[in-house]
Design a protein around this ligand. Structure first.
Ligand SMILES: Cc1cc2nc3c(=O)[nH]c(=O)nc-3n(C[C@H](O)[C@H](O)[C@H](O)COP(=O)(O)OP(=O)(O)OC[C@H]3O[C@@H](n4cnc5c(N)ncnc54)[C@H](O)[C@@H]3O)c2cc1C
Length: 283
């Protein structure tokens, strides 16, 4: 059981982790990949106080080093779901279920672009979680459509359960080197409901039907991550304490909206950690 799980690895998450540690909270930062956030793409920043002309990667490196030195823990993976359980939360990260007393959302503003047909078929043959839904496809034919390395691990897990696993690459990444998994080179265009409750993967070269289709990306939309979370124009609604509509869940950085700037992300991360520490102390 951790005091605080922070989802994201950009400036908002790292600032939040630093302040959380200074407030003596156990904290775990869960991040798909520190260099996958927006800041890693900034060649040079001229508006971050005290560090003129710094590159985004260098700023991330020093932020992370300081948070690590303060005692924050880090875990590599995508948070797929947050489930409130009484006074605690279960957070599903890859194939692990973590427990925490409070959560901070710091996932940035990037939103996954879904495939045509994907959202309609979610829960009806299409899944975003091998651990949660894999057992429904025991002995069946499935496809994995992945935009990142995390899909390789999920495909290997599914290969242990399913009769066959075909692997389609949505964006370039290291694909699984497992003889139980068949690599498909076709470019995926969309998903459709097929006959006998099958799901059809539509590609530039035709279509192939499966019993189930698993789609993996390094991000999840906030309201999918935590059902019932109030949004405003796609961004997480927060008050001045960075509290969201769900008690003991806070948000900071680009995921709360404009301005999308590092200084604002860092400030909000600091406020979120202070609010979490105050609310946890109150019990
Ligand atoms: C090219 C470019 C140039 C920029 N230049 C400037 C500038 O000069 N000055 C300035 O102030 N700002 C600049 N920005 C904006 C700045 O980068 C962002 O405002 C800042 O990075 C926001 O920080 P964040 O922590 O909120 O989100 P991000 O930096 O986007 O970090 C979010 C992190 O969360 C991770 N994540 C997302 N979902 C999950 C999940 N479900 N589970 C686990 N991890 C997850 C992502 O992989 C990512 O690492 C620039 C942005 C870009 C793209």
């Amino acid at each position: 059981m951790t005091d605080l799980i922070i989802i994201g690895g950009g400036p908002a998450a790292l600032s939040c982790a630093l302040t959380a540690r200074q407030r003596n909270l156990d904290c775990l930062v869960v991040c798909a990949d520190t260099n996958s956030g927006w800041l890693a793409r900034a060649e040079s920043l001229d508006n971050y106080p005290g560090m003129p002309h710094v590159s985004g990667r260098e700023l991330l490196r020093v932020f992370r080093a300081q948070a690590e030195e303060a005692g924050a823990s880090f875990m590599s993976g995508v948070a797929r779901q947050i489930q409130p359980m009484g006074s605690e939360f279960m957070v599903l990260v890859g194939n692990d279920v973590l427990e925490t007393k409070a959560v901070v959302l710091a996932m940035g503003a990037a939103r996954p672009a879904l495939l045509p047909g994907e959202e309609d078929l979610l829960g009806r043959g299409v899944s975003w979680c091998g651990t949660c839904d894999g057992m429904f496809y025991r002995g069946k034919r499935v496809a994995v459509l992945s935009a990142w390395n995390g899909g390789a691990e999920e495909a290997e897990f599914l290969a242990g359960l399913c009769a066959s696993v075909d692997y389609y690459t949505l964006k370039p990444h290291d694909v699984p080197a497992d003889e139980r998994i068949t690599q498909r080179s076709e470019k995926v265009r969309g998903l459709a409901a097929g006959e006998n409750r099958q799901i059809t993967v539509e590609t530039a070269d035709g279509s192939v039907s499966y019993d189930g289709v698993f789609v993996f990306r390094p991000a999840v939309a906030p309201d999918r991550l935590l059902p019932g979370l109030a949004l405003n124009g796609g961004f997480v609604s927060v008050d001045r304490r960075m509290a969201t509509s769900v008690p003991l869940v806070y948000a900071c950085g680009d995921c709360t909206g404009q301005p999308l700037q590092v200084a604002k992300a860092v400030g909000e991360g600091n406020v979120a950690a202070i609010s979490a520490s105050e609310d946890l102390a109150r019990g």
